[in-house]
Each structure stands twice: as structure tokens, then as C-alpha cells.
Design a protein around this ligand. Structure first.
Ligand SMILES: NC(=O)c1ccc[n+]([C@@H]2O[C@H](COP(=O)([O-])OP(=O)(O)OC[C@H]3O[C@@H](n4cnc5c(N)ncnc54)[C@H](OP(=O)(O)O)[C@@H]3O)[C@@H](O)[C@H]2O)c1
Length: 314
């Protein structure tokens, strides 16, 4: 496992982190607790030290609370908060109990508060000063969110999506992010499993507890048209899953890539195979050319994309 700095927090995180949404059993289909605990243990054996969960991820926090005793010092534990400022402290106490710990290493607001909600940042800073949480962050969605938090707050980390089919907003703000010193946690690099290579446009997601079952056949069809355009990576980069997970790892600003992991086999790949590898310049240029063809970037960005070379991690 390779490790990277989590921005200016002083924390060193494994290049791939354990995304614990799936083990909650409500969004990626039913899971078995024994298999979830095994996946966590294998991740730890392979050197993964970063774990991201949330109280809204089904049973995820409870399962992690069962897993952590005796090994708490091996993990940097990140969770989230989704409510208003008034109930933040009482919720945190409940989370500490569920997670079987006395401190959260990274406490993230699940969106970017603005207007009346900005008192949430003050609450976070107070918790950080009191040592109840070590670092604070937000989970965000778009370029305005990135600009807002970097320009107006003193949070430590941002969490945002970035994958072969969603290079923006991350690539749009690489320089600004680098200059700010925030740690960068990338999510959804496998596009919820659709970029793992194991699904096709014939796939039917039938488990009602799998969010992918809500996608219409038209939505799946157009998503898989995009996935198929990236299948050249099966030859050039080893496999689609490997290329997808390594794509955000190829940028120097990325601290860790969360890989949603449900099984021991997935843990072996996500924490044993993915780390340590980068996509080379030729492959990245081909990916960006395909992204332009798919309309994921405005065409005039072609030149701008070539300049991304300077942002790559050696
Ligand atoms: N707003 C937010 O804060 C937010 C939103 C989304 C996610 N997140 C965080 O980011 C994490 C990851 O993002 P994500 O949920 O969008 O998922 P993702 O990492 O893009 O995809 C995860 C899914 O891909 C499949 N998969 C994982 N590893 C695989 C492998 N090696 N081979 C084949 N299939 C594999 C699994 O589902 P199947 O086996 O069922 O296909 C897994 O549930 C989450 O767990 C969560 O911690 C945060």
C-alpha cells in the first residue's frame, strides 16, 4: 500500500480507502455482516487505513463499531453529518457510541452549507478545537461548492466524485485545490460499480435494496454506451476496474480514492491490486479524447486538457 498526505491535516492516508456505504446493506443490495467484517479485515491486512461511513448508510456505522475494538489505532475514521446545527452534538455522541470510539478523525458535513446553515461550520470548528473530532470536511457535488468552501471556510478536506465518466468538477479546479491545502477524498470512481467491467447493458438490477434497480432501462442503456466507449482500457490498462480506480489516483492533488467495498474478493483487488499504479500519459490522453467525444468536456477544452500533464503524479 502507498500512502499520501491528507492535505494539511498531518494525517497519512492509504491511497485507496474503504467506502463503507455498501456494507450498510441498503444501497448496493443485501449484504452479509460476516462478509462485510471479512472485507474490512482484509483491507486492514493490505494496509488500508482510511474508512468512510455515514449514519445514513444503513447498518454501516454499527458494523464498523463491531469491527473496530482492538484495532482502532490502525484506522483513520471518517463519518458524516446530515442534519441542522442544533442536533449536531447529540448526533455526534450517538455516532461515537455506535462506532465504539471516543474520537472521530474526520467529521464531514454531507453537503455544502450556505446561508443560515453556515453556523454548521462554526460548530465543526468548535468540535475540532475541543478535540472531539481531529479534522473537519464537507462532501460536495459541483464546482460552485468547491469554490465556496475554499473561498469561505477553513475546513480540512473535501470529498467529491471523480471517475472516467465524470471528470468534472475535479479537473476544473485542480490548481485551486492544490493551492488551498485541503485534503481530497475522491468517491464514486467505479461509478457505483458500473465501471467495474462486470456489468453490461443487458444487466438487470433486481434487488430493491440496490439503488441501481431504480435506473430506467433508458438510463442504463445510455450509461453503458459511455462505459463501452471506455472498454479500450481493458487492453491498455489491464482492466476497466483498474483503470477506473487509478484514474483519480493519477492526479497529484488526490489524497485517497474511496472504493465502495462489500466482499473479501473486492477488498483484495481494491487494496491489494489498485494502489501503487498510475495511468501513463498516453492512456490519460486517450481517456480525455474519449471524454471529449462523449461530450463530457466542452470541445474548446482540448488544449486546456493537454496542460493537465503538469498536474500528474509521477
Ligand atoms: N455524498 C457522499 O458523501 C457520498 C456519495 C457516494 C459515495 N460516498 C462514499 O464513497 C464510497 C464509494 O463511492 P460509491 O458508493 O459511489 O461507489 P464506487 O466505489 O463507485 O462503487 C462501489 C460498488 O462497486 C462494486 N465494486 C467495488 N469494488 C469492486 C471490485 N473490485 N470489482 C467489482 N466490483 C466492485 C460494488 O458493488 P457491486 O458488487 O454490487 O457491483 C461496490 O458497492 C461510498 O462507500 C461512500 O463511502 C459518499
Amino acid at each position: 500500500m502507498d500512502y499520501r498526505q491528507l492535505g494539511d491535516t498531518g494525517l497519512r492516508v492509504s491511497e485507496t480507502g474503504f467506502g463503507a456505504w455498501g456494507i450498510g446493506g441498503e444501497s448496493y443490495g443485501v449484504t452479509e455482516k460476516r462478509e462485510s467484517l471479512r472485507a474490512l479485515a482484509v483491507a486492514e491486512e493490505l494496509g488500508c487505513n482510511f474508512l468512510d461511513t455515514a449514519p445514513v448508510y444503513g447498518e454501516s456505522e454499527q458494523i464498523i463499531g463491531e469491527f473496530l475494538p482492538g484495532r482502532r489505532d490502525k484506522w483513520i475514521l471518517a463519518t458524516k453529518y446530515s442534519g441542522g446545527a442544533a442536533s449536531l452534538r447529540t448526533t455526534l455522541v450517538q455516532q461515537l457510541q455506535r462506532l465504539n470510539t471516543d474520537v472521530i478523525d474526520l467529521y464531514q458535513i454531507h453537503w455544502v452549507p450556505r446561508g443560515d446553515d453556515t453556523q454548521l461550520y462554526e460548530e465543526l470548528y468548535r468540535l475540532r478545537r475541543e478535540g472531539k473530532v481531529r479534522a473537519v470536511g464537507v462532501s460536495l457535488y459541483n464546482v460552485n461548492d468547491i469554490d465556496y468552501v475554499i473561498d469561505n471556510t477553513v475546513i480540512d478536506t473535501i470529498q467529491l466524485p471523480c471517475n472516467l465518466l465524470e471528470p468534472l468538477p475535479y479537473l476544473q479546479r485542480l490548481k485551486k485545490i492544490q493551492a488551498s491545502g485541503v485534503g481530497v477524498i475522491i468517491r464514486s470512481s467505479l461509478k457505483g460499480g458500473l465501471l467495474s467491467g462486470k456489468y453490461s447493458r443487458e444487466t438487470q438490477f433486481t434487488d430493491a435494496r440496490d439503488q441501481r434497480s431504480k435506473l430506467s432501462s433508458e438510463e442504463l442503456h445510455s450509461l453503458f454506451a459511455q462505459v463501452d466507449a471506455m472498454r479500450f482500457l481493458e487492453q491498455t490498462a489491464g482492466s476497466l476496474a483498474l483503470a477506473a480506480a487509478r484514474y483519480p489516483l493519477s492526479f497529484a492533488q488526490t489524497s485517497t480514492v474511496l472504493l465502495g467495498t462489500k466482499t473479501e474478493a473486492q477488498a483484495r483487488f481494491n487494496f491489494g491490486e489498485v494502489p501503487g499504479g498510475r495511468l501513463n500519459e498516453d492512456i490519460l490522453q486517450r481517456i480525455h479524447a474519449t471524454q471529449i467525444q462523449l461530450g463530457l468536456f466542452p470541445p474548446r477544452w482540448k488544449l486546456w486538457l493537454q496542460k493537465l500533464k503538469n498536474q500528474l503524479r509521477p
